[in-house]
Structures are given as structure tokens and as C-alpha cells.
Design a protein around this ligand. Structure first.
Ligand code: ADP
Ligand code: MG
Ligand code: MG
Length: 249
């Protein structure tokens, strides 16, 4: 589904990704762990097509398409969803407006009819319920004054409404307390744990992987994949640290 080959990328002339190769087939959740500054967020941004990140080598195919050839909105229309460590605030735009626009843009790209107001509200209520987010939160402006946990849950409501083929989630667990972590993790499972979907789950902590059980775990270090294993690799990292694991991987 997602096939990254020998990908290199720079920011301001500085090489951050350095020959990264990774394949995620449909039906898999692949966790990416790695030390600070390894290039995990850069990978997420490059996949999303964020300006300023220059791809200097390699290729990325997504559902058979050349992902790097697509504009960011075309990547979203193709079914790619990005969840960010620091969701942005959008003053003056309510969550309901934002989500309905996003959902209908997505449907348009798929050649589907837009949702009516009633259909949208039904969908939004269902996904908000899944994420235990009060519908009143969705009437407020996007992320403005939201706690860290509310932002992450609102972002997962967005993911549920968009129903993407593939999600790249960057430290979705950061800033979440234990209860919110479980709710968000179970939301990810409910929305994305399907045979025709895939997830790249970037995280520092085993605690998210206790809820969202990964099929594979890779360590990203110095801009490339240093090791890949099963869920036990994350447990070893938790117990032994990156240096020890990478020496013997
Ligand atoms: P991670 O998410 O794994 O902690 P990042 O992808 O955020 O790592 O960062 C990888 C490296 O790229 C770091 O050394 C960081 O300082 C550098 N970097 C990130 N963004 C920029 C930028 N806008 N300009 C210059 N260097 C950057
Ligand atoms: Mg980091
Ligand atoms: Mg990061």
C-alpha cells in the first residue's frame, strides 16, 4: 500500500532522511520509534508534501500512485491522512464547518455526492461518540482553547469522518493522560484496524502500543530504518534503550 524506497530529503540543505526504505502493506499497523531528531516528523511531513522539505532521492508509491508527484490536497484525496504532534488552531472556523468542508472535499474527490447537513451531523455524532468528545466541542473553533487531549481526540474524529485509506500519525500519544490515551488508541483501532487500511504510527512510548498493537515495529535513526521487528522490538526498546537495541539489531 505504501512503498518507500531509498528516500532522501533535505531541509535548508541539511540532509535529514538518508536512504529510508519501508513498506507497509494493507492491513498492517507499522510503528516507527526512534531517538529525538532521527527524522520521524520529517518523514511524516515529506509524505504529506509539506513545503520546504526537498526530496533529493528515492521514491514513494501509495496505492500504486507516485505519491511525490501529487500536491498535498491530491494526497489527501487519494486517501492519505496525516495526524500531527501539534494540531493547529483555526480561529473563526468551527469544527463542524471545518469537518464538513473536509468531508465533502474528500467525497468530491472520490466522485461521491456531498453529505447533507443531517447526514454529516449523524456521522460527526457517531465519530465524536467513538472518541468520547462532547458534541459541544465540535461547535467551538478548531482547536482554539482545546486541551492537548481534546485536540488529539478532535483530530481522530476528523480521521473517522474522512475515513482515509492510510494514516500517518506523528506522536498522537504526546500530551495524553492515561484515559485519553486509551480512548484515542481505541479510536485508531476502530477507524483504521481494517484489512484494506494501513497506519504508520510514530511514537516514543510502548503505552500506546499496548492499545494499538502494531504488526511491525521499526527504529528510525539517522534518517533511515536501522532495524525492523515485531511488537517485541518496542518492548526491548522500553527496557534497554535505543543504543543497546541498535547495537545488537
Ligand atoms: P524527530 O521527529 O525524529 O524527533 P525531526 O524530523 O523533527 O526528528 O527532525 C530531524 C532533524 O531535522 C533534527 O536534527 C532537526 O533539528 C532537523 N530539522 C527539523 N526541521 C528543521 C528545519 N525546519 N530546519 C532545519 N532543521 C530542521
Ligand atoms: Mg521529536
Ligand atoms: Mg518528531
Amino acid at each position: 500500500m505504501l512503498n518507500i524506497e531509498n528516500l532522501s530529503a533535505e531541509i535548508d540543505g541539511k540532509r535529514i532522511l538518508d536512504g529510508l526504505t519501508l513498506t507497509v502493506p494493507a492491513g498492517e499497523i507499522h510503528a516507527i520509534m526512534g531517538p529525538n531528531g532521527a527524522g520521524k516528523s520529517t518523514l511524516a511531513y515529506v509524505l504529506g508534501g509539506r513545503p520546504g522539505y526537498e526530496v533529493t532521492g528515492g521514491s514513494v508509491s501509495f496505492c500504486g500512485q507516485d505519491l511525490l508527484d501529487l500536491e498535498p490536497h491530491e494526497r489527501a484525496a487519494a486517501g492519505l491522512f496525516l495526524g500531527f504532534q501539534y494540531p493547529v488552531e483555526i480561529p473563526g472556523v468551527s469544527n463542524v464547518q471545518f469537518l464538513r468542508e473536509a468531508a465533502n472535499a474528500q467525497r468530491k474527490a472520490r466522485g461521491e455526492e456531498p453529505l447533507t447537513g443531517g447526514e454529516f451531523l449523524k456521522l460527526a455524532k457517531e465519530k465524536a461518540g467513538l472518541l468520547k468528545l462532547d458534541m459541544n466541542m465540535l461547535k467551538r473553533n478548531v482547536n482554539v482553547g482545546f486541551s492537548g487531549g481534546e485536540k488529539k481526540r478532535a483530530e481522530m474524529v476528523q480521521m473517522g469522518i474522512l475515513d482515509p485509506k492510510f494514516a500517518v500519525l506523528d506522536e498522537t500519544d504526546s500530551g495524553l493522560d492515561i484515559d485519553a490515551l486509551r480512548v484515542v488508541g481505541e479510536g485508531i483501532n476502530a477507524i483504521m484496524r481494517k484489512p484494506d487500511k494501513g497506519v504508520l504510527l510514530i511514537t516514543h512510548y510502548q503505552r500506546l502500543l499496548d492499545v494499538v498493537k502494531p504488526d511491525k515495529v521499526s527504529i528510525l535513526a539517522n534518517g533511515r530504518i536501522a532495524a525492523t521487528g515485531g511488537p517485541e522490538l518496542a518492548l526491548r526498546l522500553e527496557n534497554e534503550g535505543y543504543d543497546a537495541v541498535m547495537e545488537t539489531a
